[in-house]
Structure formats: C-alpha cells, structure tokens
Design a protein around this ligand. Sequence first.
Ligand code: NAD
Ligand code: UDP
Length: 326
Amino acid sequence: MTGGSGFLGSRLCERLFELGAAEVVCVDDLSTSAPDAHTRLAHRDGYHFVEHDIADPLPAPWRNAPFDTVFHLASPASPVDYLRMPTATLRTGSQGTTVALDVAQRCGARFVLASTSEVYGDPLEHPQREQYWGNVNPIGPRSVYDEAKRYAEALTFAYRRERGVSIGVARIFNTYGPRMRADDGRAVPTFCRQALLGEPITVAGDGSQTRSLCYVDDTVDGLIALSHGDFPGPVNIGNPEELTVLRIAELIRDLAGSDSPIEFVPAATDDPRQRCPDVTVARDRLGWSSTIDYARGLAATVEWFRSALEAAPAANARTTVDTGSR
Ligand code: NAD
Ligand code: UDP
C-alpha cells in the first residue's frame, strides 16, 4: 500500500488485518501523514513499514517481492498540502503511479487507484456520474492535484489496455473521520479543532458550496470491495447526502457543544461549488454503499478530536487556515 501512513491508508491497513491479511507492506514518505501514523501498527505481525518516495523505484528487498494487491493511495490530499507542494504532487501522481503500476504488472497483482471526485473539477453536471468528463481548470492552483489524478487514471487505464493489468479506479469523495491531522486544513478537522478550542469557525465564501462527506470506515470498505473481482471502474465511492459547508460547520459546532462564531473568509480559487456522487455504479457493481450517517460519523469524529486535543493541546493548536484563496 502506497500512502499507507496517511489518514485513509492507515485505516485501510488496519482493516485488511481485521479481514485476515497476513502481510501488509506500507510504503510512505511521511510527507503528509500524522506524526504517529507509521508506528501505530509497528507491533503487528506481518506489518512492514518502508519509508520511501513512491516516485522512485522500490528499494531492496521489496523491489522483487511478490504482492497480490497494490493499493495506490500516496498523494497529498488536502488542498493546503497540495498547494504547499505543487510539483511533488504532480510527480507523485505521475511518476509515483508509474512505479506502483509497474509493481502490479510485475506481480500480476490487482491495482487499486485512489482517485478523487476532483477529476470532475467544478462540475457542471449534478450529481456526478462516472460518465461525466469534468470541468477542470488545467493551470489553476488546484490543477496540480486534479490533473495529477486525471493523469493517474489515464495511465492506469493504459496499463490495463496495453499490458493487461487488472485495475480498479475509485473516485473517492470527501472522506472524514478520526485521525485526520488537526492541521491538515480540510474542512472537517479544521472545524472540529476550532469548535473545540472555542475559536471562530472559518467558513470559506458564503458557505453555500456543497460537499458530500463519507465516513472513513465506509470509504475503506468501498476500496476493499473494489479490490475483489475485476471491475475496472471508475466508480464513485461516497455518501450521496449533500450538505452546504455552512451546515457542516453548524453541525460540528453543535456536536462540540461550542459557541464559536462563524467567520466568513475568502473562498479558495476554483473551489467546486457543488459535489455529490451518483453511487449507482458502486451499488450495482460492488454491492457497496455508505452506511454511517452524519449524526454518527461526525459525533465520533468530534469526540476523537476532543480526546486528541486534550492529550496534546499544543500540537493541535494551529489557528490560521489557508484555504488557497488568491
Ligand atoms: P493523507 O495526506 O492523509 O495520506 C496520503 C499519504 O501519502 C501520506 O501518508 C503521505 O505521507 C503519503 N505520500 C504522499 N506523497 C508520497 C510519495 N511521493 N511517496 C510515498 N508516500 C507519499 O491523505 P488521505 O486523505 O489519506 O488520502 C489518501 C488518498 O486518497 C490520496 O491519494 C487522496 O488523493 C485520495 N483521496 C482522499 C480523499 C479524502 O477525502 N480523504 C478524497 C479523495 C481522494
Ligand atoms: N473550507 C472552509 N473552511 C476551512 C476549510 C475548508 O470553508 O477552514 C471549505 C473549502 O473552501 C471547500 C470545503 O470546505 O469549499 C471543503 O474543503 P476541503 O478542503 O475539506 O476539501 P475539498 O473538497 O476542497 O478538497
């Protein structure tokens, strides 16, 4: 698993062990992972951590190791992270995806790509179906992520057509849950931190833009469902219940029992106005749909952040938020 120390990857590693996996090799350069993420499973028999940039060929002995599934999750995912590391994001999406696909080809392994709803850009079709080609600004600040993922999808399908690699492309919609970095800049961890610390909650623009948030355990189960069988996708993995960003902020504030004021801050450049998955394909082809509603998922997330902030208040007390606005 590339990116196995990240928010989604670390939960996916755990889940694979829960489901009986004997060995999981996590390849991660720790560029955007939480500080303790790569040590969390260190005690676990069969868990191997390799600190490595996936844009470079795997080091020995992993270079020749047999793998039956390659989950390719390595990539900055938060806008704050990829705006901070634009060329590294493009390199991971392009060269990193080539390296990961070469591993799958060598081993005859199933290859699962963690793509994103960002391939739809600021969508002109709503909800988004997999047939929609998207509306992406190819040179704007977000393009480093959007185009890297679009390239990764193109490359993955080319390996299928030309080299017969078994692929599964997941277009993951916004996913949230415990163990996000409190300072990763995404809406849910930022709002949780701000609400729990009694700070103003920074809502970008007027907060009327929408997102559809999926709880981490659901997304991880969607990726595992895609790893079985031979369905190439692309397939939307997300929760079709859509909320405005302002509503998300209010829900989190209520769950935190906070009286933080809402502070409207400049909107990010090319921020998608609306985002909601059509999940028909996931339901019909994978037998998967999300199961955890906002009341349950956001409550668990707020409580996790409450404990994390109490355990390490200084490490989580970042107050400024860069939404990438220009
Ligand atoms: P994350 O930033 O928490 O995890 C990404 C991991 O990849 C980190 O551990 C990071 O250190 C690692 N990484 C980055 N570049 C690397 C490189 N060159 N070599 C090796 N490791 C590298 O992000 P996440 O939320 O866990 O996202 C995981 C994947 O899922 C990403 O590919 C992301 O694009 C995709 N995705 C996530 C979401 C979401 O809402 N969480 C939505 C859509 C797509
Ligand atoms: N957002 C916000 N305040 C923040 C962080 C994000 O209002 O402190 C907004 C952001 O502008 C976007 C939405 O919340 O409209 C989701 O942002 P996030 O970074 O979580 O994910 P994205 O969907 O942009 O990748």
